[in-house]
Design a protein around this ligand. Structure first.
Ligand SMILES: Nc1ncnc2c1ncn2[C@@H]1O[C@H](COP(=O)(O)OP(=O)(O)OP(=O)(O)O)[C@@H](O)[C@H]1O
Ligand code: SF4
Ligand SMILES: [Mg+2]
Length: 338
């Protein structure tokens, strides 16, 4: 399998909160910190980490919905290879036909004054893939049905639907463009558990049928394990571990991954971390930080190397990468039932 997406040294900085009476700019926050990774064609890559770790910013930066501060994003799609980070505005809009994003809250991404039919057809017409509504209709019907929406539902407005149905509409809106790559940002975390499985199964079916490549962002490791081939774990904007799903669950190599797993099945991430013995906030990532970013919360940290030297993300095993000085010495606990 060749790579569809290649990310090289991607960094996104935000200016820190203003300080003092005259609004002097604070130290910049590095939300995404020099991240490099690939996603293979047809693969589902999961991205997990606690709130504020930079998952959404990373996803948005891949599409340039958030401009990166530095680094490159390349896509090797059916229309050829392009460097997304170098495209001008017009070419970027065209590239968005091949790269779509599904958000956590479908309510805010659907226009309340548009029927479902209009909403799904809109991108086809705006991007010149259909001349008018009449021309768009067959494709909209086909995609809506594949997403479990019936024909008579298409003339209704978003408020008439449940959260799960609205997420089906959002997925149909993304799929109608026949994208090769979809970023799903917490697509099921606002839904009841019983509905979550339906939406995840819909994504799995569509991914297999259309050979889609997915970046699936979630704070919920179990949800990610259900859908993803590999998982990347993010901490303060850094990828600290990346591995095939089964291997990661069987034997995590980074203490933070172990901590995330130790408290499954709590669905409250803060509760998870507390149970795992790493209560306390992650201290922000700015240029002044030294050593391993996880050291202040790590039960295995030493007083020398961990405090002073940042561990690089290193290949330790075929297809596995980890950023911990002691990855080859620690024996960590995984989560058995995956
Ligand atoms: N527009 C912005 N301006 C300034 N800081 C921002 C902005 N967007 C995000 N941040 C900061 O960047 C960091 C990463 O935020 P991000 O939303 O990407 O995290 P996340 O992992 O998606 O969190 P969650 O799980 O809560 O969705 C946070 O510290 C956040 O406060
Ligand atoms: S490098 Fe040190 S502080 Fe960082 S995760 Fe490994 S043991 Fe913990
Ligand atoms: Mg987010």
């Amino acid at each position: 399998m060749s790579n569809l997406i290649e990310v090289e040294n991607l960094t996104v900085e935000f200016s820190g909160p203003s300080k003092g009476l005259f609004g002097k700019k604070g130290t910049p926050i590095t939300a995404v910190d020099d991240v490099s990774l690939y996603i293979k064609k047809g693969e589902a890559l999961g991205l997990v980490g606690e709130s504020g770790s930079g998952k959404t910013t990373f996803g948005r930066a891949l599409l340039r919905l958030q401009e990166p501060t530095s680094g490159q994003v390349k896509m090797h799609g059916q229309s050829g290879s392009k460097v997304i980070t170098d495209l001008d505005a017009k070419s970027l809009r065209k590239a968005w036909q091949e790269m779509q994003m599904v958000f956590q809250d479908p309510q805010s991404s659907l226009n309340p004054r548009m029927t479902v039919m209009d909403s799904i057809a809109e991108s086809l017409i705006v991007n010149g893939l259909a001349k008018n509504m009449e021309a768009a209709k067959p494709r909209v019907l086909e995609v809506a049905q594949s997403c479990g929406l019936s024909v008579d539902q298409l003339s209704r407005y978003p408020h008439a639907f449940s959260g799960g149905q609205r997420q089906r509409i959002s997925i149909a809106r993304a799929l109608v463009m026949q994208p090769e790559f979809i970023i799903c940002d917490e697509p099921v975390s606002a839904l009841d558990v019983s509905i979550q499985a339906q939406i995840l199964n819909l994504l799995i079916d569509q991914q297999q049928e259309l050979d889609l490549t997915l970046l699936f962002i979630s704070h919920d490791l179990i949800v990610v394990a259900y859908i993803c081939d590999r998982i990347a774990v993010m901490y303060l904007g850094n990828i600290i571990e990346i591995a095939p799903t089964k291997d990661l669950f069987k034997l995590p190599l980074h203490p933070y991954t172990e901590a995330l797993m130790s408290a499954i099945p709590s669905d409250d991430p803060d509760q998870q971390l507390m149970q795992a013995g790493i209560s306390g906030e992650a201290i922000g990532n700015d240029a002044t930080r030294q050593g391993c970013l996880f050291a202040p919360r790590c039960q295995y940290a030493d007083k020398d190397k961990c405090q002073n030297v940042k561990p690089p993300l290193t290949e330790v095993n075929n297809n596995r990468l980890v950023a911990c000085h002691y990855a080859d010495k620690l024996t960590l606990n995984g989560f058995e039932t995956i």
